[in-house]
Design a protein around this ligand. Structure first.
Ligand SMILES: [Fe+2]
Length: 218
């Protein structure tokens, strides 16, 4: 994409290379400790998540997808059947970004309040019941995947997806996700996914979930 800038009275053509940029974390690498270590953040965010973005940027070179400005635009333009490799990498980029954005340091943690708290109570009876049901799905998901809190037709539901997949229907809005790929917890909890899931609740950013919920209901 090219644009023209006037610098010092002269016009210059500035070539802007559109890329899908890995968002910076809203906390330091050790900000999620002790529940997720800085080593895991460096590995999971700095290596795995970055690699998904880098691969997407490599794959769109010379294609019609180069013009897309956001991952959402890209995921709307392509599909698993059209371009399987690009779609999977773009989904993984999107899922991971959503995952990292939904976390916060323990000191910033506040439980759900207001209309989100009421919606959780209405859908699951209580926050504790919701946590138990969500954790059960996360612990029992076989292999690699994701667990989601979604708003579906006005009701909160728990969903799970395998590998790269994400909830992807017009009447479903993701509000929160948990990555249960082994790379998300293996350095901190080796083979103990159950303990990882249990500790993850301490760093869920419910203010972000609330903002996603409010936006979905707007
Ligand atoms: Fe991951």
């Amino acid at each position: 994409m090219g644009t023209v800038l006037m610098i010092s009275g002269k016009y210059h053509k500035l070539e802007i290379n559109m890329t899908f940029e890995l968002p910076k974390l809203p906390y330091s690498h050790d900000g999620l400790a002790p529940y997720i270590s800085s080593q895991t953040v460096r590995h999971h965010y700095g290596t795995h998540t970055k690699k998904y973005y880098d691969t997407v940027n490599d794959l769109v070179v010379g294609t019609i997808y180069k013009k897309e400005k956001t991952l959402d635009d890209l995921l709307t333009s392509t599909s698993l059947s059209i371009d399987s490799k690009l779609y999977k990498q773009a989904c993984q980029s999107w899922n991971h970004t959503f995952f990292w954005e939904g976390l916060c340091p323990e000191n910033d943690f506040t439980p759900p309040t207001d209309d989100l708290e009421k919606a959780i109570d209405n859908s699951f009876d209580s926050f504790e019941t919701f946590k138990q049901e969500f954790s059960k799905v996360a612990n029992e998901l076989f292999g690699s995947g994701w667990v989601w809190l979604v708003l579906h037709n006005g009701k909160l539901e728990i969903a799970s997806t395998y590998n790269h997949s994400r909830p992807n229907s017009k009447d479903t809005t993701p509000l929160l996700c948990l990555d249960v790929w082994e790379h998300a917890y293996y350095l901190d909890y080796p083979a103990d996914r159950k303990e990882f899931v249990k500790q993850w609740w301490n760093i869920v950013d419910w203010t972000i979930v609330q903002s996603r919920f409010s936006k979905a209901n707007a």
